[in-house]
Design a protein around this ligand. Structure first.
Ligand code: ATP
Length: 256
């Protein structure tokens, strides 16, 4: 990869872009993945490419919900695996929960590639960790290969999931979810924590807690926040969506 100097103001964004390009060549991503990423980049630019105060509150609420969940799961697609796969493994190791690969355009090649990617990220993270953390990292189960569960309310391949993961989960962390699936999951009474840079997406509007932030930044902070043992609050999700829109609409003045 071309060296980007640390002083470059958009280094993190350029590095993520490069990761996406490389992952696409390796067959980890759907054809539309770059379009989704580009849409996210545009919103992130307007947010100043940093975690806002309201997103920080959403991250804390998400941590609190995950800590009290009976059966949490982290649902990963191609983009989130490429951009924040290690962070997902870390969160799962703290919670002792599985990670499930669940993708919109399901093909056996891509499922296999993404499960393999998460397994190798897990093995690398485990080998770099101290003894106590190592075991909980190596114990993280990567689900998705067996699609023996269903998301009721969805049709076709998009309804497939693992009976050990999403089907029986009460709280689901879904970075970059699609709106229909998010709605179907909440209709089933599950609590959905979405990470989505677009505060106007159907996912953002229908999730229980929406973190309007970049997936890597948000998941990295979420892992730290879990260790602080936060408590749930009387959460107002619309307020964080409004706050994100306010930041975005005032950003043009800041840039000028
Ligand atoms: P919805 O179905 O919820 O209305 P959509 O159709 O607008 O959403 P999709 O194409 O399903 O969106 O998924 C892309 C979403 O992921 C966009 O909302 C985009 O802002 C968001 N996104 C892309 N990259 C990132 C990222 N790195 N971090 C967080 N969100 C991202």
């Amino acid at each position: 990869m071309t060296d980007i100097p640390d002083s470059h103001p958009r280094k993190a964004s350029l590095m993520s872009r490069q990761k996406m390009v490389e992952a696409s060549k390796r067959g980890l991503l759907a054809e539309s993945a770059m379009i989704a990423h580009g849409r996210g980049e545009a919103f992130d630019y307007l947010l100043g490419e940093k975690t806002s105060d309201s997103a920080s509150l959403a991250i804390r609420e998400a941590a609190a919900l995950l800590l009290v969940a009976e059966s949490p799961v982290i649902s990963m697609n191609g983009n989130s695996t490429v951009l924040a796969g290690s962070e997902a493994i870390k969160i799962a190791s703290i919670l002792g929960c599985p990670v499930e690969v669940n993708i919109y355009y399901r093909t056996s090649d891509r499922m296999e590639a993404l499960i393999g990617e998460l397994e190798s990220l897990r093995d690398r993270l485990g080998s770099e960790s101290l003894h106590k953390a190592r075991q909980s990292i190596m114990d993280v189960e990567i689900l998705g290969a067996v699609a023996d569960g269903r998301i009721l309310g969805l049709q076709g391949p998009r309804s497939l999931c693992s009976s050990q993961g999403i089907e029986q989960a009460d709280v689901i962390l879904v970075p970059l979810e699609d709106g229909d699936r998010c709605k179907a999951l909440t209709s089933l009474g599950k609590q959905v924590i979405a990470i989505d840079l677009n505060p106007l997406s159907r996912t953002s509007k229908s999730a229980t807690v929406t973190i309007v932030d970049d997936v890597k930044r948000a998941m990295s902070r979420l892992a730290d926040e879990l260790l602080e043992n936060p408590k749930t609050t009387d959460w107002n999700n619309e307020a964080v969506l409004r706050d994100a829109l306010d930041i975005m609409s005032s950003s043009s003045l800041r840039i000028a």
